[in-house]
Design a protein around this ligand. Structure first.
Ligand code: SF4
Ligand code: SF4
Length: 188
């Protein structure tokens, strides 16, 4: 899927305000949110919940990177509720993320990407807003680079797990292994 293209639409109005507050195009309902080790760690600590409470397992999309546990070859994503993310709160006029302070990196990134060192808005996605890129550039580039590093960290730990345990241990053991890795990376 080609996602790194400049947004060619020019008929959308630019906005300097944070548009998600009033947006009714519910991106939090359209996507399954796949998560990495740091995402799970932040949510688990922030919510005071074991990861099993908010994670769903899916068959791995990428067979070379899926997690090999007793349950199968899997990926981790956020649970869903009423056809959307379970952390989405919907009132009459507003959709609100109830875990905003520790929501997954992919949620913070959307709908941006980096291309040739510059912030761009991904084009073939559903966000209806033409974002004022200059306003978000510094913050988002810092975030996107951090997110990329966290996915690299995750890929590495999944490979290590698969090499050591390949389908011999259950998901619960993988989750412990994963959270320990994040914790030790913070103290080293
Ligand atoms: S990212 Fe775009 S689609 Fe999602 S809530 Fe914000 S403005 Fe709406
Ligand atoms: S964690 Fe928050 S921002 Fe991410 S999909 Fe769920 S409700 Fe939306």
């Amino acid at each position: 899927m080609e996602i790194l293209q400049e947004n060619p639409d020019s008929d959308k109005s630019k906005t300097g305000e944070f548009p998600c507050v009033t947006c009714h195009t519910d991106c939090c309902k359209e996507y399954v949110i796949f998560v990495n080790a740091h995402d799970v760690y932040r949510l688990s600590v922030g919510l005071g919940l074991a990861p099993e409470n908010f994670l769903e397992i899916y068959g791995a999309k990428d067979y070379s990177l899926g997690i090999k546990v007793k349950e199968g070859l899997i990926d981790l994503a956020l649970k869903q509720k009423n056809g959307g993310c379970e952390f989405l709160e919907e009132t009459k006029d507003v959709f609100r993320c109830t875990v905003n302070d520790f929501k997954p990196g992919v949620c913070k990134s959307y709908p941006f990407a980096i291309k040739n060192g510059k912030l761009i808005q991904m084009s073939n996605i559903m966000c209806p807003v033409d974002w004022e890129l200059a306003e978000f550039e510094k913050m988002m580039i810092t975030h996107l680079k951090k997110d990329e590093n966290e996915w690299r960290f995750y890929d590495k730990l999944v490979k290590e797990w698969n090499t050591k345990y390949s389908h011999r241990k259950p998901l619960s053991e993988f989750l412990k292994f994963m959270l320990d890795k994040v914790e030790s990376s913070m103290t080293s």
